[in-house]
Design a protein around this ligand. Structure first.
Ligand SMILES: *Cc1c(COP(=O)(O)O)cnc(C)c1O
Length: 228
């Protein structure tokens, strides 16, 4: 099933778009199945769950952290995480920088923007992002690298609204690129789009789509996960 689902999703991806297989809450057997079908990039949203899966799965998997990250949990992922999508404060970025230094690494990060109409979604607005990027603290960090932006659209069937929100996020990306990252080739990622809206996200310039349920099936949040 997973193999077929992956093939189907892959066949719909635009050129240059990378697939993050969102495996949160799913058992390692299912991730292994996706791995055997050629998938190497996985997204998780809990640090302890990622740690446990990283420990038992093949070491050439690229782990992307896509959830709200608490500073006291960074230590569980800092050694191997390849991209953190969810930087939503200077404080968090400083903490990532510190943990990355302990492992003598530079960790790639995305700035998460609040683009949805829902109150509950995390993320920066443009003013906050600019303040972060202009801060002395940011200037002194040597163990993180900002490579783009991430956002989650409103969970709605109003696809005009979803499209507008993705367009807004892509606009932020362009603005930041021009103002702070001109000539920085690494600043190129726009992480947006999930199972129900990734086609729209690709239309609007996504470079990373984060797809879970279409690949692994619906999630059962009744099953306790490791990191609460
Ligand atoms: C769970 C999750 C996804 C994937 O959602 P699906 O609807 O299952 O594709 C994408 N991004 C984030 C941040 C998530 O938490």
């Amino acid at each position: 099933m997973i193999k077929e689902n992956l093939a189907k999703v892959r066949s719909t991806l635009s050129d240059g778009v990378q697939l993050v297989a969102v495996s949160k809450t799913k058992p390692v057997e299912m991730l292994q199945e996706a791995y055997d079908a050629g998938q190497r990039l996985f997204g998780e949203n809990k640090a302890l769950e990622m740690r446990d899966k990283h420990a038992v799965l093949p070491q050439d998997i690229e782990w992307h952290f896509i959830g709200h990250l608490q500073t006291n949990k960074i230590k569980y992922i800092a050694e191997y995480v390849s991209l953190i999508h969810s930087i939503d404060s200077l404080h968090l970025l400083e903490a990532v920088d510190k943990e990355a230094e302990k492992h003598d690494r530079v960790i790639d990060c995305l700035l998460q923007f609040h683009i949805a109409t829902e109150e509950t979604k995390f993320g920066l607005d443009m003013g906050e992002a600019e303040a972060l990027l202009e801060s002395a603290e940011f200037a002194s960090m040597q163990h993180i690298r900002i490579v783009g932006v991430m956002g989650m659209a409103t969970n709605t069937d109003n696809f005009d609204l979803v499209r507008q929100e993705f367009r807004t996020l892509h606009g932020y990306f362009e603005q930041l690129k021009a103002k702070y990252f001109a000539g920085h080739e690494e600043f190129k990622e726009v992480s947006m789009g999930m199972s129900h809206d990734y086609q729209i996200a690709m239309d609007e310039g996504a470079t990373l789509v984060r797809i879970g349920s279409t690949i692994f099936g619906a999630r059962d949040y009744g099953v306790p996960v490791n990191d609460v």
